[in-house]
Design a binder for this molecule. Structure first.
Ligand SMILES: Nc1ncnc2c1ncn2[C@@H]1O[C@H](COP(=O)(O)OP(=O)(O)OP(=O)(O)O)[C@@H](O)[C@H]1O
Length: 459
């Protein structure tokens, strides 16, 4: 077996630095500027490992990968600047052993090549079925690229996956992407939010019931397991599942068989389970609220979604996407963010993560007056105020007041807030109460009352 590494990339710069790094590591390297040249070289030689770009003028890297894979020539490592789930998963499906997201770290690239060389004896994965459909899952930050890579890696397998992450981080989207990128994509994707269903109904929701199984069960109903036959069942908020049902679910997962509620017919299912939770399952196990054996069965592969505030570089991309999508969906004229507005948004903390950002953009699509969304538009309408502004000063004051054991902290802060806002508005309206009230978005009576209250307290 040849130990030569073949690099196919139309970008000379990439070829050069990569080839140098590999040679420094003691490997022999051959470079090709396009697929045709590499294919010609195949007539009288074989590489140890291929590294190929995806999008190149002429034939693209994936079609080469498919062909090499069909002929058992490999292993192939795909390099691409396109790090979305669809491209990554398509590469893995076509038989890539690894995926390097450009720009990549050279040491990491050398390591990946060495690993591929070491595993040369093992056969490559079977060829896949072409290019994947587009995905709603967006992100360019390093942690999201890692998520896409994992999805690409495990989608084609039938392994159970546990998706973890705070609320609104995209757990359901990941489950859908896993389904779309698997051979099950033409079968149903069925989602069930365990926390949203009363526990006494959950069993019949999951496994279905026969007519007469309980009061009100007038006909046989298929449960989510049956509905998802051949496809994927997404169990959201799995941490909230009652213990009795955990036992039942465990039995079904272990045996692959179940009965409908009130039924005698044993049903054999073929369903892939993707579960999600925002809770720390291990902690729930320790507290006796979740079965350890069920956790291990669900947590075969874990995909951890990062919070939005830990990947702020994705915020502008997501915000622009949501703004455009909202305008289209609500049939509103398109708007765009001023650069300063995007910067302010990217500083926010978003405890509700991507969902909260999506809601903010939807609101702005509706209420921002101009075609360009300015920082002022974020003002009172945009949810929590940006961190790093007056709230920081307020927080400092509160921390000091709490530490000093002061009394009536909330009332005093509220008074100070009222007074500051009212005086600023009155100044701006040159003492005109009606205008000041309008500008603040409060009624005139409220303004008068608050003015009175703050005066009374001060005296
Ligand atoms: N990476 C992403 N790219 C684009 N949209 C996203 C992304 N992540 C989340 N969203 C959007 O944010 C919203 C929330 O996502 P999703 O429902 O998947 O989150 P979740 O983690 O399952 O939330 P919960 O824990 O509250 O159920 C959805 O509208 C989804 O389309």
């Amino acid at each position: 077996m040849s130990e030569e590494i073949w690099i196919v990339d139309d970008d000379r710069g990439v070829r050069f630095v990569l080839a140098e790094a590999l040679r420094d590591a003691g490997l022999a390297v051959r470079e090709f500027g396009d697929v045709a040249a590499a294919r010609a070289a195949l007539r009288d030689a074989r590489p140890g490992v291929w590294l190929t770009d995806v999008r190149m003028p002429g034939e693209d890297g994936l079609s080469l990968l498919n062909e090499l894979n069909a002929q058992g020539i490999g292993p192939v490592i795909v390099m691409s600047a396109y790090t979305d789930v669809a491209t990554t998963a398509a590469a893995y499906r076509a038989g890539a052993v690894d995926y390097l997201a450009k720009p990549f770290d050279l040491d990491h690239a050398v390591e990946v090549v060495q690993r591929a060389l070491a595993s040369v004896a093992s056969p490559t994965a079977p060829a896949g079925s072409g290019v994947a459909p587009g995905h709603a899952l967006l992100g360019e930050s390093a942690p999201m690229r890692e998520v896409f890579r994992l999805i690409g890696r495990v989608a084609a397998s039938d392994l159970n996956v546990l998706v973890t992450g705070e609320t609104g981080t995209g757990k359901e989207l990941v489950a859908r992407a896993l389904h779309e990128e698997s051979a099950r994509r033409d079968k149903p994707f069925v989602a069930l939010n365990t926390a949203a269903i009363p526990s006494e109904l959950l069993e019949s929701e999951l496994f279905g019931h026969e007519a007469g199984a309980f009061t009100g069960a007038t006909r046989r109903v298929a449960g989510r397991f049956e509905q998802a036959e051949g496809g994927t069942l997404f169990l959201d908020e799995i941490g909230d599942m009652p213990l009795v049902l955990q036992t039942r679910l465990l039995r079904v997962l272990a045996g692959g068989e179940f009965y409908r509620v009130g039924g005698r017919e044993l049903i054999r299912g073929n369903v892939r389970i993707v579960a999600a939770t925002h809770q720390d399952l291990a902690a729930r196990v320790a507290a006796g609220q979740f079965r350890a054996d069920l956790m291990h069965r669900l947590d075969v592969v874990r995909i951890e979604l990062p919070s939005l505030r830990s990947r702020r570089s994705d915020i502008p991309l997501l915000a622009q996407h949501f703004l455009a999508a909202s305008a289209q969906e609500l049939k509103l004229p398109p708007k765009r963010f001023a650069r300063a507005t995007l910067k302010l948004i990217a500083q926010r903390d978003f405890p509700g993560n991507v969902r909260e950002l999506e809601n903010l953009c939807r609101r702005l699509a509706v209420i921002a007056p101009g075609s360009e969304i300015l920082p002022a538009d974020l003002g009172g309408h945009a949810g929590a105020p940006a961190s790093g502004e007056w709230t920081d000063a307020l927080r400092e004051w509160a921390v000091a007041a709490l530490a000093g054991g002061e009394a009536d902290i909330h009332a005093r802060a509220r008074d100070a807030l009222d007074q500051t806002l009212l005086l600023a508005a009155l100044q701006a309206s040159e003492g005109h109460r009606q205008h000041a009230a309008q500008a603040l978005g409060v009624g005139r009576n409220t303004l008068t009352r608050k003015l009175g209250a703050s005066r009374t307290r001060r005296t």
